[in-house]
Design a protein around this ligand. Structure first.
Ligand code: AKG
Ligand code: FE2
Length: 651
């Protein structure tokens, strides 16, 4: 039997009384024995899994709910039975099966000796990880271990290690041979036979496992979609109904709340064509994301770094007709108060990213009117606070819609990217502009401690994959604000250390560059090397900044299978490593994408081919962002930081 199967089994037995379970242990040991599976009885744990009632408290009077003893069990982990846990296990199971398939089912041309070496290197890296967690290895030793591991077989990595002298190399190779000879008793014939036996049984096992996974996925979907009217559940069952989320792929204008916009107030009933618009209105100013703009109005308008000075409306037929119509629609409309931003989107690649028009120069009661000409484009609204809601609305030629003032404080809007749309669109956006309130003199500098109500900081370090994630999404985390900073390599994370001390959450979303690129001074790392390096640093950061929670995002797949296998190794090791540190969490956005059903494989949601990198589609980015926000939300609760404090007090 291949070594990885010997080590790949964890079995849970569930029962209502401990005695029965205690009987099962020796029976299962002997049954498993017949299948050549060894049960380690010493490592077997009996855990009572329960959800404490609201009134239950421990001996110190602290409420048990949420702190039940099983939640801190090392083997079961705090996530037992949660959807997240199930999917994390499915994910790890899939990785193991994929490795097994590659190595043992399809890897006929890989010699048996090489397969055993590969497994041995995995075991060795696990040992290395255990030493690391206990802080027994210095960085140099880890580096040595990583070099040693890579010399086992990764030709690609070995190439990078030019710095090794032939003597050192020979020494390592001999060392490896000696270790292999000592630790693995290679009886090739017996190995070959048991391998064959396993192959025969394994297809069946995979099939069964897949069925189980499918069942879980269906169950999970059913639970998510459950509503009180669903007849399948018996009376008395009390799964809480979920707030329904609209299908983002289908514009759902019926449900768009009136507080957001009066959609299609008027079909503009005009004969104006986009060609006339383009001929008569000079839209010449370059703006961001491929847009061009022109601004008209009696008062200037500033947003972000953009500054539009006052400018007379053009006296042309198109503009006059539009102004006339606007007066018909809104009796309060006049061109002295209302300004007009004309925006040209030359094709579907030009967009306007998620934003709200909430500058203090816009009258607090002003509606924002938008009139569209040319290609139909889709505008998406996302609720900024509370439960996530999104609506997509198509904006057709000649349509006028208005957004209420309230829509700007509660929602963001964005014109979606449509790379295959060749046609232009022009929008006329009217806002009631007022003089901005006079600035009050600066308050005296605060020298004392920050006010108690002050928001806590989420430091979000990201490479380009998620850099466009709007910071305001993190407004959902109560009393926190997000500061996003760009960083391409894990090796550069120490530069941001001064920020850790005053951040309650540090969110790290990087790593692909460390695995995929090799530039001067930045040797390309294998998944194992990167995981060893990152875990070593995070281990010390987590101990040094005990009040800070570190969240590490998984690295997403690319289109390159060799890189994906390094990514899998990194993700696997980091997932396991994070289990052992209370203020470290591995956020598995990789699984979130597949779980969400928009793609069964991550490379289906890569936006465009770009070397070795990952460029996600907008939908996939949103799912990942949501996962990160949810992880921050769960850590913002005080019970978690309480647990962290207790953990460090006891260690
Ligand atoms: O072009 C559009 O329809 C939207 C423009 C917009 O949101 C803006 O100018 O703030
Ligand atoms: Fe806008």
């Amino acid at each position: 039997m291949p070594l990885e199967s010997e080590y790949a089994d964890d079995v849970d037995f569930l029962g209502e009384d401990e005695q029965t379970l205690k009987h099962i242990l020796p029976v299962s040991t002997s049954v498993f024995n017949e299948w050549s599976l060894k049960v380690n009885e010493q490592k077997t744990e009996f855990v009572k899994v329960n959800i404490a009632g609201n009134e239950e408290t421990d001996s110190n009077g602290v409420k048990d709910t949420g702190n039940e003893p099983w939640r801190s069990s090392k083997l079961l982990g705090p996530l037992l039975c949660s959807t997240k846990d199930i999917f994390q296990h499915i994910h790890l199971g899939n990785i193991t099966f994929a490795n097994f398939k590659k190595m043992w089912l399809q890897g006929k041309r890989i010699s048996l000796c090489r397969r055993i070496q590969k497994i041995s290197s995995n075991i060795s890296s696990k040992t290395c990880l255990e030493l690391l967690i206990d802080d027994k290895l210095s960085l140099e030793q880890i580096q040595h271990e990583a070099n040693y591991l890579s010399s086992l077989g990764h030709g690609r990595i070995a190439r990078v290690k030019d710095t090794l002298t032939p003597q050192t190399r020979n020494h390592i190779v001999n060392d490896v041979r000696a270790k292999l000879a000592n630790s693995v008793c290679i009886d090739y014939q017996a190995a070959e036979q048991s391998h064959q036996l396993t192959l025969n049984n394994f297809s069946y096992l995979i099939e069964q496992a897949q069925k189980e996974v499918d069942k879980l996925v269906n169950l999970n979907t059913a639970a998510k979609n459950w509503s009180p009217d669903t007849p399948d559940f018996g009376a008395g069952d009390s799964i809480p109904p979920q707030e329904s989320t609209p299908d983002p792929h289908h514009p759902d204008t019926d449900k768009l709340p009136e507080t957001v916009c009066d959609f299609d107030v008027e079909s503009f009933d005009t004969t104006i064509s986009i060609t006339q618009v383009l001929n008569q209105i000079p839209i010449t100013e370059h703006s961001s994301c491929g847009r061009k703009v022109a601004y008209f109005g009696a008062k200037g308008y500033n947003y972000g770094n953009v500054n539009h000075p006052p400018k007379d409306y053009p006296n042309c037929e198109v503009m006059n007709q539009i102004l006339h119509k606007m007066r018909d629609v809104d009796p309060n409309f006049n061109k002295d108060d209302f300004s007009c931003l004309v925006t040209l989107y030359p094709d579907g690649r030009a967009t306007i990213p998620a934003h709200s028009d909430d500058e203090n120069q816009i009258h607090p009661d002003s509606k924002i009117w938008t009139l569209s000409f040319g290609a139909t484009r889709v505008i998406e609204f996302v609720r900024r606070t509370g439960v996530l809601q999104e609506f997509r609305v198509p904006l057709h030629n000649g349509q006028l819609f208005s957004m209420t003032a309230k829509s700007q404080s509660d929602w963001s809007h964005e014109l979606l990217y449509e790379p295959n749309l060749p046609d232009p669109r022009v929008s006329f956006t009217f806002r009631h502009i007022v003089d901005p309130p006079a600035k009050s003199p600066a308050p005296p500098m605060l020298t004392s401690a920050p006010k108690p109500g002050r928001k806590q900081k989420i430091l979000f370090l990201t490479d380009s994959v998620l850099y466009s994630t709007p910071e305001f999404l993190f407004d959902r985390v109560p009393n926190h604000r997000c500061i996003k900073k760009r960083n391409y390599y894990f090796a550069d994370v120490p530069k941001f250390e001064p920020d850790f001390i005053n951040s309650q959450i540090v969110l790290l979303s990087l790593g692909i560059n460390d695995l995929s690129t090799c530039s001067p001074g930045r040797p390309q790392k294998s998944g194992e090397e990167l995981a060893a390096w990152v875990s070593h640093h995070l281990n010390s950061y987590c101990k040094k900044y005990r009040n800070t929670v570190f969240l590490v995002n998984s690295i997403l797949h690319t289109r390159h299978s060799w890189l994906n296998s390094e990514i899998d190794t990194y993700n696997q090791v980091m997932y396991l490593f994070a289990q052992s540190i209370p203020n470290l969490q591995f956020v598995d956005s990789h699984t979130a994408i597949t779980r969400h059903g928009i793609a069964r494989r991550i490379d289906f949601v890569l936006d465009r081919y770009d070397g070795r990198g990952t460029h996600l589609t907008l939908d996939a980015k949103k799912i990942v962002a949501r996962e990160l926000v949810a992880a921050c939300q769960s850590h913002a609760s005080s019970s978690k930081s309480q647990m962290m404090k207790m953990y460090y007090r006891n260690t």
